[in-house]
Design a binder for this molecule. Structure first.
Ligand SMILES: [Cu+2]
Length: 200
């Protein structure tokens, strides 16, 4: 009888120990990476599987932080081609632009081995395409209204893409449809294009 009691005590102690370890690991991983997911009112330090009730809160927090892009003033705008930018690695900066019909965009090869090329099927109907060489500055005049999506050819797998809205975003629905299949080319940063388009 006493032996059974001992066994139960040891068994319980082991369970408490391992649960505690799991708890510590979870807390530290949350603290180091996903601080923003821990919302006020939620139990942040306890191991709870993601439930349907906590998802709308997280989604809400995400949509509320999306900043809509404002119209850039002036007829000329510069987009830098960078290895490292505020928004991540291998990136156009600014990656999302809103300009007026007839404006000029200067793509600057700040870092080497990037280019800017319009993506087939992701520019307004009848708009002129462009394709810069690697490490080359290129300027384009955007005379057709709508949304343009362009890419850096060697870094497409890292989602090095950019979005320019010229005048009204009249073709945004088509662009979003195309984006769904374009995303299959991304091996990294797969949510970038969606994020950019949501800023329009
Ligand atoms: Cu690039």
């Amino acid at each position: 009888m006493i032996n059974i009691l001992k066994l139960i005590i040891i068994f319980t102690a082991v369970i408490i120990f391992f649960n505690g370890k799991k708890y510590d690991d979870l807390v530290s991983s949350r603290i180091s990476i996903k601080v923003d997911v821990c919302l006020e009112g939620e139990d942040c330090g306890k191991f709870t599987p993601v439930t349907s009730s906590s998802q709308p809160l997280a989604a809400q927090a995400q949509t509320s932080t999306i900043q809509k892009v404002e119209l850039s003033q002036g007829p000329e705008h510069t987009v830098k081609m960078l290895n490292d930018g505020e928004g991540g690695q291998m990136i156009f900066e600014p990656a999302v632009l809103k300009v007026s019909v007839g404006d000029t965009i200067h793509f600057k090869s700040v870092d080497a081995a990037h280019n800017s090329a319009s993506i087939e099927g992701m520019i307004p109907e009848g708009a002129e395409t462009w394709a810069g060489q690697l490490s080359q500055d290129i300027s384009v005049v955007l005379n057709t209204e709508g949304v343009y999506v362009y890419q850096c050819d060697p870094h497409l797998v890292m989602a090095m893409v950019g979005v320019i809205q010229v005048g009204k975003a009249s073709n945004l629905d088509e662009i979003k449809q195309q984006a769904a299949s374009k995303k299959s080319s991304f091996m990294m940063n797969s949510d970038r294009l969606d994020k950019y388009l949501s800023q329009l």
